[in-house]
Write a new protein. Structure first.
Length: 187
């Protein structure tokens, strides 16, 4: 299998086809060819539109089209009129819906922009994470500290070993607070 074929297979698998298409009821109902279609013609038309959406094209030969749609040739010939061809064109031996082809192109273009935006966002996030990691490791000491490390815990400090006046400068206190601290120290 060639690399090009693998890449296109991977793209086909990774990008799912859009399962819906826009159907603008007001526009369709306003179209004269649609108004002039019988219910049978309308049913055939919408079926052809759905096939064009999913498969891009449908056979233009009546016998082939009848087989493709799973209907008897007589039923197809009764329902297939010039009205459907107001919405569907014959191109290179196949029938396409130009309107739906344009919608598909727009969907694919939007999806590609979203894909590229996602890649760009992922790249920015990756760079941000690398910068954060770099800034964290810059201030981190390397190796073992030298000297003695004594740890203090609450049991190693006796309550009376520190007087409150050692923690607070008496000169900066108001007279009321200084009196309270002095009374506390004496008790």
């Amino acid at each position: 299998m060639t690399l090009g074929l693998r890449a296109s297979l991977r793209n086909c698998i990774m990008t799912k086809a859009v399962p819906y298409f826009p159907l603008y009821a007001a526009n369709i109902l306003a179209a004269r060819p649609f108004k002039l279609m019988s219910l049978k013609e309308r049913g055939l038309w919408i079926t052809m539109q759905m096939e064009c959406w999913v498969n891009k094209t449908i056979p233009s030969d009546s016998v082939e089209l009848a087989k493709y749609l799973g209907v008897p040739i007589t039923e197809l010939e009764d329902g297939l009129t010039d009205y459907q061809f107001s919405f569907i064109e014959k191109v290179q031996g196949e029938l396409i819906s130009p309107e739906l082809s344009e919608y598909q192109r727009q969907f694919e273009e939007k999806r590609e922009k979203q894909r590229l935006g996602g890649l760009k966002g992922a790249e920015r996030k990756k760079l941000k994470n690398l910068k954060e990691k770099a800034s964290i490791t810059e201030g981190t000491p390397k190796g073992q500290p030298k000297g003695s490390l004594s740890y203090l815990n609450s049991t190693s400090i006796r309550l009376n070993s520190l007087k409150s006046n050692q923690l607070a400068d008496m000169k900066e206190m108001s007279p009321e607070n200084a009196a309270w601290v002095k009374e506390y120290d004496e008790n």
